[in-house]
Design a binder for this molecule. Structure first.
Ligand SMILES: CC(C)(COP(=O)(O)OP(=O)(O)OC[C@H]1O[C@@H](n2cnc3c(N)ncnc32)[C@H](O)[C@@H]1OP(=O)(O)O)[C@@H](O)C(=O)NCCC(=O)NCCSC(=O)C(=O)O
Length: 383
């Protein structure tokens, strides 16, 4: 039995952040019901439709909404809103990720929902929080990454600032939301009271950066300097970074530059005996290393370094990764059904429970696919 079995979650969400929280709760056994607008449903159904089109819906939508049900309702229709309030009366958790003020306008803000169901855990994702001058800005991942300092921090110093190539703010916010929801459910088990959980994309990214942001805040406000070679970490010295080899790339983490020079047969590195120089002169050291590492293939360098447990790795493409025995041993892939029935491969929940990998053969629902069944189970006739 999965730990959240019997827990009913209503998901008033679109795109990635809120739905990724719903996905994780569904993986953990909750019954997650998406409340979707009858015309389009979750707008993510149409996001990034490229060559992977599952009957007009995107692979992204299919994976992030697997193992959920869909109830369609026009929340601006008084009768249908009343039906939703009936569902709310019997739910354990409500998740929403509209712009601040949207749920208030619909009469579904926390205070109104709490009046219907005081035990409910109400969880909101916003872009920038519900207060402050940025509250009404569109909460989109690239915009939040750019405002958070993360884009400025990332990349090489002689190149433009570089965002992550995926929606890191959304996925982190979803994970934080799940943590808040689970904590409230534990408290509710003891006290019977529900609660309000609020997370924003921006706060999630600020937390994500604490490792370097804290150093900045306590270092007289001196901004970290991006390295000019091989990306890398704002506050770590050489060799930290990615280097080209004769046939690919190699990643080198933190470690002694002297030892590295000995292992690689790179005599020039013996000039950098003082560890303080590994940061202060990191671009010089990296330039020497970069030239040296181009002379042999990745596997030869790895063999030399791994024999001494020097922290290094190959840099794999997804093709190389998915062919690798180490990847196969993780059992991280599952085949699930897209709405419409087509089988597709996706990753699994990364949490194992009692040693068991949590898989979800049930795919994403069609808009409103479960409305009638849900209304009957919850004891009303839909308007
Ligand atoms: C993503 C958004 C910018 C989209 O903004 P908007 O489209 O302007 O507004 P909203 O989301 O608030 O909702 C739009 C309108 O739809 C209406 N609405 C929604 N659902 C319904 C149903 N079921 N019935 C009737 N009407 C509905 C809602 O009342 C609003 O009406 P009116 O009030 O009348 O307009 C915002 O939702 C947002 O900032 N969310 C918080 C952060 C977040 O989770 N972002 C995910 C980004 S995805 C991402 O970053 C990425 O993919 O990349």
């Amino acid at each position: 039995m999965r730990p959240l079995e019997g827990t009913v979650v209503l998901e008033f969400c679109q795109f990635l952040s809120g739905p990724s929280a719903g996905l994780r709760l569904a993986d953990l056994g909750a019954r997650v019901i998406k409340i979707e607008r009858p015309d389009t449903g979750d707008l993510c159904r149409q996001l990034y439709i490229g060559n992977l089109d599952y009957n007009g819906e995107s692979a992204l939508f299919q994976t992030i909404n697997r193992n959920k049900e869909s109830y369609s309702a026009d929340l601006k229709h008084p009768g249908q809103l009343q039906d939703i309030k009936r569902l709310i009366g019997q739910a354990d958790v409500l998740i929403e990720n509209f712009r601040p003020g949207t749920m208030e306008k619909l009469g579904l803000d926390y205070e109104s929902v709490k009046a219907i169901n005081p035990r409910i855990v109400y969880a909101s994702v916003t872009g920038y929080g519900k207060e402050g001058p940025w509250r009404d800005k569109p909460g989109q991942d690239l915009l939040v990454q750019s405002l958070s300092g993360l884009v400025w921090l990332n990349g090489d110093s002689d190149q433009p600032p570089l965002p992550f190539g995926l929606a890191v703010a959304d996925i982190l916010a979803g994970a934080h939301l799940v943590q808040g929801i689970l904590a409230c459910l534990v408290r509710r088990g003891r006290s019977g009271e529900g609660g309000l959980v609020e997370v924003s994309l921006l706060e999630s990214l600020l937390d994500f950066q604490f490792e370097v942001f804290t150093t900045y805040l306590n270092d007289g406000g001196r901004p970290p300097q991006r390295s000019s070679i091989n990306g890398a970490h704002a506050y770590l010295g050489a060799p930290y970074g990615i280097y080209e080899t004769q046939d690919g790339y190699i990643a080198l983490a933190m470690g002694s530059v002297l030892k590295l020079g000995e292992l690689l047969g790179c005599r020039e590195l013996s000039a950098f005996a003082d560890p303080k120089e590994w940061f202060a002169r990191r671009d010089e050291i990296k330039t020497i290393l970069a030239a040296h590492l181009r002379s042999r293939p990745t596997r030869e360098w790895l063999a030399l370094l791994e024999s001494a447990d020097y922290w290094c790795s190959d840099v794999l493409t997804w093709e190389q990764l998915t062919e690798h025995e180490a990847f196969k041993a993780l059992d991280m892939l599952q085949v699930t059904r897209a709405s419409g029935g087509t089988a597709f491969k996706t990753t699994c929940c990364p949490i194992r429970m009692n040693g068991i990998r949590l898989k979800s053969p049930k795919g994403a629902p069609r808009v409103g696919e479960d409305s009638r069944k849900i209304a009957a189970e919850f004891g009303f006739t839909p308007s």
